[in-house]
Design a protein around this ligand. Structure first.
Ligand SMILES: Nc1ncnc2c1ncn2[C@@H]1O[C@H](COP(=O)(O)OP(=O)(O)OP(=O)(O)O)[C@@H](O)[C@H]1O
Ligand SMILES: [Zn+2]
Length: 291
């Protein structure tokens, strides 16, 4: 049985078909253009297969509330052509199959939980530190969604005493994303993150903000595994710095899974976490129709 997955990103769309175990059989990528052109390519790709259902893990903000009139829509994205775009309904109509719908990071969390670094567990957190910061969570086997989806990238953090950069977030300036996403690193230091590998002061501040965020996520959600992905996390020296800083911040108060190097890790599925999760979301959508 085949299921389709779409990882809808602001830069590119990854589309794949896979089996009920989430194994990818064929995968393509399309540049994200306006919805008409992009969705034409997406529909053409899937029309070559007999998929039972689709899973869509999308950039946001999106409406994930089934009780809402705009459920299944990409909502107030800065990408104006995609504002208020009914991506779930468009794909369901085009292919005549049901579609599951969640955030890109929830999709990645699902992929990692089923087949990646959190395999065998019933909860995890997937955080991407890239152009933005976002996190998805699975708690007791369920995607964490409520009135809307979590927006864990925009939490408030204490400013590092050596950091005087104002922050990039147009809404909050110095929220976590405003201080610690890739563009904030570039704006603070005048160079792209990939060119700052040999500058320990950069990663000390970065690790402080990420450890603060993880402390809050851990104290609130208590996930059994934390996975850190995204372009900025290619700086592998961040992992031990985050482990150390998190230990200092928690200061013995809460007992965390040991060792921290296994509790807080890179994605087990690499770049396939999101698309694998999307396929598995498609499988869930199919199973929901069989109930
Ligand atoms: N090797 C690296 N070291 C440090 N920073 C990096 C590295 N590679 C990419 N980045 C930074 O990561 C950001 C891009 O993130 P990513 O590659 O995850 O893409 P994205 O999909 O646009 O991000 P998002 O997940 O927020 O949508 C840029 O700000 C870039 O400067
Ligand atoms: Zn913000």
């Amino acid at each position: 049985m085949l299921f389709g997955g779409i990882e809808a990103g602001g830069t590119k769309f990854v589309c794949a078909v896979g089996d009920e175990n989430g194994n990818i059989q064929e995968r393509v990528e399309f540049l994200t253009r306006d919805p008409g052109d992009t969705m034409k390519d997406v529909t053409e790709f899937f029309s070559r297969f007999e998929v039972k259902a689709l899973g869509i893990a999308s950039f946001g903000p999106i409406d994930v509330n089934p009780a809402s009139e705009t459920y299944g829509y990409i909502t107030t994205t800065p990408k104006t052509a995609w504002q208020h775009y009914p991506i779930k309904q468009t794909m369901e109509k085009a292919l005549g199959v049901p579609a599951g719908f969640t955030t890109d990071v929830n999709g990645a969390a699902l992929g990692e939980l089923m087949l990646g670094a959190a395999k065998g567990l019933d909860s995890c957190l997937y955080i991407t530190v890239g152009t933005g910061i976002g996190a998805g969570a699975i708690v007791k086997g369920q995607l964490l969604e409520g009135w809307s989806h979590p927006e864990m990238g925009h939490i408030l953090v204490r400013r590092h005493p050596d950091d005087h950069y104002e922050g990039t977030c147009p809404f909050h300036h110095d929220c976590l994303e405003g201080l610690a996403a890739g563009p904030a690193i570039e704006a603070r230091w005048g160079k792209k993150g990939k060119d700052l590998a040999g500058h320990p002061e950069v990663w000390k501040i970065e690790a402080d903000y990420l450890a603060q965020a993880l402390m809050q996520y851990i104290l609130i959600v208590s996930p059994k595994k934390i996975i850190l992905g995204g372009g900025v996390m290619h700086q592998k020296q961040l992992f031990p710095l985050i482990h150390q800083r998190l230990g200092e911040l928690i200061n013995g108060y809460a007992k965390l899974p040991e060792p921290l190097s296994e509790y807080i890790t890179a994605p087990g599925l690499g770049n396939d976490a999101g698309i694998t999760g999307a396929i598995l979301l498609g499988k869930q959508a199919y199973e929901n129709t069989q109930k």
